[in-house]
Design a protein around this ligand. Structure first.
Ligand code: LLP
Length: 433
């Protein structure tokens, strides 16, 4: 929760903490998460689905690929959400936080035997199967370990989405899931039922991310239910769980209206009731699972940088060089993602100068913001990027051998260091000679 200081109305605070002091104390670049914003986002999802989706129960899984730490996992658990994890690493962070394993879904298109064994040993609630190799691998491992893990079959739904090419996952050529139209999805279900080693809980599909319309979700759900009805007639099996994935959008500088989870909840409810009608479903409705990542965490996080230099070019662009950049936020370079920036102090100044906000990395593509109007900012000042909570830190690298930023979680009472700033010792410790 951002506000201005009571003593100085022209400087910014987060949850009552002076950003200037946080930057001085913890160094920059610094990522800061606001606990209240996370809690509110979780509550908003819970409320939206409690209100709108009365057909059956709903499980909300936070997609931890958007950002995860043990401290955040504990907060997510307290809020009653589950987790969608995609690697042994994310699973171990959840485990360290003593996250309730039955509330975890293990996703991914190429889980290793080691990761699958870890998931079974820890007792994750469901493993989402992506392809035939994985189905065979997990069946074999489950047999060896004499277990019957819960699984979902991920269906490639052949659903088009209106989002960046790299953020589409449900189209006909996408790499995720068992294709529907080739019959692979149905055949995967039959195989699991025939072999009896895996406990088939349900069906899953995810069509993309940064989605602003509900149509792709409805198409996914409809296709999953059609498949379920077909398989029920043939085998008697009926899903206990059904998931149209995650991917709900957030507000961005070019589309500033905030998509409301209640819209999604209402559309899913309508869609399911419609399907019950048209497909003549008399079975109990499956539990609905949704997997929001970005829309839970993006707004809760900010990035704080210090400007190290300002440079005017003969071409007319004036740069502000900050002490982070593409290694802690690859999103502008990778997806053309848009961010905006704010000063932290002397807020009374007019935003009357155009800058390109560029990082410290040795690449021309290292631009956080191609053009933003700011006050006449100078070397030494702090620059804040809002809505930096999702997919920045988890995609961070050590490019140019620069240590990764520190990460805080703040609320009114406390400042928690969620991740300490990486040190040169951390970096050097990985070399073997
Ligand atoms: N469920 C599944 C199966 C997914 O593949 C994803 C995202 C999610 C849920 C969560 O989507 P969200 O609600 O966070 O949009 N690095 C990209 C985003 C990649 C998302 C991949 N899968 C970015 O920075 O925009």
């Amino acid at each position: 929760t951002m506000s201005v200081s009571a003593s100085d109305p022209f400087t910014l605070e987060l949850a009552g903490h002076s950003l200037k002091q946080l930057a001085e104390r913890y160094g920059t670049p610094l990522y800061i998460f606001d606990r209240a914003t996370i809690v509110n986002a979780c509550a908003q999802y819970r409320e939206a689905f409690r209100r709108e989706y009365q057909a059956s129960s709903v499980q909300i899984l936070y997609a931890s690929k958007a950002y995860l730490s043990p401290m955040l996992a504990r907060l997510i658990a307290e809020e009653g959400l589950g987790l969608d994890v995609v690697s042994g690493g994310e699973l171990l962070v959840a485990h360290r936080a003593a996250f309730p394993m039955e509330r975890i879904s293990f996703h991914g298109n190429n889980k290793s035997a080691e990761e699958l064994r870890l998931a079974l040993r820890l007792g994750v609630g469901r493993i989402v199967l992506d392809n035939w190799s994985e189905l065979r691998r997990l069946t074999q491992i489950a047999r060896e370990m004499q277990m019957h893990p819960g699984v979902l079959v991920r269906v490639a739904p052949d659903v088009e989405t209106d989002t960046h090419r790299y953020l589409q996952t449900g189209h006909a050529t996408a790499k995720f899931g068992f294709p529907l139209s080739t019959g692979d999805a149905a055949e995967a279900v039959r195989t699991i039922l025939r072999e009896g080693q895996l406990h088939l809980l349900g069906l899953h599909a995810h069509s993309g991310t940064m989605l602003r319309e509900t149509r792709p979700y409805e198409e996914c759900l409809q296709r999953l239910l059609e498949l379920a009805v077909l398989l029920h007639k043939e085998t008697g099996w009926w899903p206990q769980e059904l998931s149209p994935g995650g991917g709900w959008a957030i507000a961005t500088p070019d589309a500033p209206d905030r998509p409301d989870p209640a819209l999604l909840a209402a559309a899913l409810q309508r869609c399911i009731l419609h399907c019950v009608d048209t497909l003549k479903i008399s079975q109990p409705l499956p539990m609905l699972i949704i997997e929001p990542g970005r829309s839970i965490i993006a707004r809760a996080g900010i990035a704080l940088y210090r400007i190290g230099a300002r440079k005017a070019t003969p071409g007319g662009i004036t740069y502000l060089f900050v002490d982070g950049g593409m290694a802690d936020n690859i999103r502008p370079a990778l997806y053309g993602a848009l961010y905006t920036a704010l000063p932290v102090e002397q807020l009374e100044r007019e935003h009357d100068v155009s800058f390109c906000v560029s990082g410290r990395y040795c690449e021309s593509g290292d631009m956080l913001i191609e053009e933003v109007r700011l006050p006449d900012m100078r070397e030494g000042e702090l620059l804040l990027l809002p809505t930096a909570g999702a997919y920045c830190l988890p995609m961070a690298s050590n490019y140019n051998l620069v240590p990764r930023p520190g990460v805080l979680l703040v609320d009114k009472e406390t400042i928690h260091v969620m991740e300490r700033r990486e040190t040169y010792d951390d970096l050097l410790s990985r070399y073997c000679d």
